[in-house]
Design a protein around this ligand. Structure first.
Ligand SMILES: Nc1nc2c(ncn2[C@@H]2O[C@H](COP(=O)(O)OP(=O)(O)OP(=O)(O)O)[C@@H](O)[C@H]2O)c(=O)[nH]1
Ligand SMILES: [Mg+2]
Length: 295
């Protein structure tokens, strides 16, 4: 593959706007976890998309919000940092006809960078087209964008148009990543994210938001079987009880959902063992945060 143009694209927006869904859709594969709950993404993730002769590295960022914990501070800091050195930025927004404080702050930050800046009004599939006119109007008044796109990250409608615009914004450069790399995350990080996604899907807000997942053991046997031991760390004893569930039913459900997805990714059998433990207040503890990779 010959790459002549390559660059970085920051994808920003409020929690739940659909940033990770959009990045997965552009890349044509699942690189980032997605959930109906806000604050799913905690760490910046680089997803690599190649279309010869261009390579585009999409930075999936945590939803921008007012932090209440040190984990939240880390998340918000990583959004701010993601603007540094990018070649383009995309603001992903909900299709609502007013520009929120979060969006205004992100617009200000992006304008400082003076790079092509695109607005992606997402979730087009959830409302009739005529309802989008006031949304476009509100954003046109709030800032100058290089383009305003209407799209559905879920169905894919309008995504190709954004992809094409972004590709043309990439500057002359050799490839930034080898062509077989799809994201800058290790197998351990990927596995712990898949387990965390299932926690978000199966449990109510407070419990998964106070949970972290780490992979303690990972091995691949000669016969191809992948063996994983992962730990779910909760903030409270009561949360631990909820994660485990009656007779272990919830943990079993989370484990089997995660295993099914990992088996698809690895293309073979996966043995997944989950443990649950409690570390009170870990979201405000520097050492714990470092331990979980939130530093
Ligand atoms: N109907 C509809 N739902 C969408 C669309 N895009 C995303 N969603 C849903 O919105 C929810 C949030 O999507 P994510 O991709 O996790 O959002 P995010 O912006 O990455 O969220 P954080 O990581 O929390 O900042 C999920 O339930 C998605 O399925 C869309 O175009 N249409
Ligand atoms: Mg996300």
């Amino acid at each position: 593959m010959t790459i002549t143009h390559a660059g970085l694209v920051a994808v920003v927006g409020r929690p739940n706007a659909g940033k990770s869904t959009l990045i997965n859709k552009i890349c044509g594969e699942k690189v980032a976890i997605v959930s109906p709950k806000p604050q799913t993404t905690r760490r910046r993730l680089s997803a690599v998309y190649n279309r010869e002769p261009v390579q585009m590295v999409l930075l999936d960022t945590p939803g921008f919000h007012t932090p209440r914990t040190k984990l939240g501070q880390f998340m918000v800091k990583s959004v701010r940092e993601s603007f540094g050195g990018v070649d383009a930025a995309v603001l992903v927004v909900e299709p609502v006809p007013s520009v929120g404080e979060i969006e205004r702050e992100l617009i200000t930050q992006s304008h400082k960078r003076r790079v092509p800046f695109y607005l992606a009004i997402n979730k087009l599939d959830t409302l009739p087209r005529e309802s989008l006119l006031p949304v476009i109007d509100a954003y046109s008044k709030a800032a100058s964008f290089d383009a305003i796109l209407l799209l559905s990250a879920k169905s894919g409608e309008g995504v190709e148009e954004l992809t094409n615009l972004l590709l043309t914004a990439m500057p002359p450069s050799p490839a930034l990543y080898p062509e077989d790399v799809s994201a800058d995350q290790t197998d351990r990080e990927l596995i712990s994210e898949v387990v965390r996604e299932k926690l978000l899907l199966c449990l109510n807000d407070e419990v998964p938001h106070g949970a972290a997942v780490t992979v303690d053991k990972l091995s691949e046997r000669k016969d191809g079987l992948v063996s994983v031991e992962a730990v779910v760390t909760c903030e409270k004893e009561s949360h631990k009880g909820i994660v485990i569930g009656k007779n272990g039913a919830m943990l079993k459900k989370i484990g089997s959902l995660a295993r099914a997805e990992l088996e698809e990714m690895y293309g073979g059998q996966v043995f997944l063992k989950l443990w649950v433990r409690v570390r009170a207040g870990w979201r405000d503890n520097d050492a714990q945060l470092r331990n979980f990779g939130y530093q």
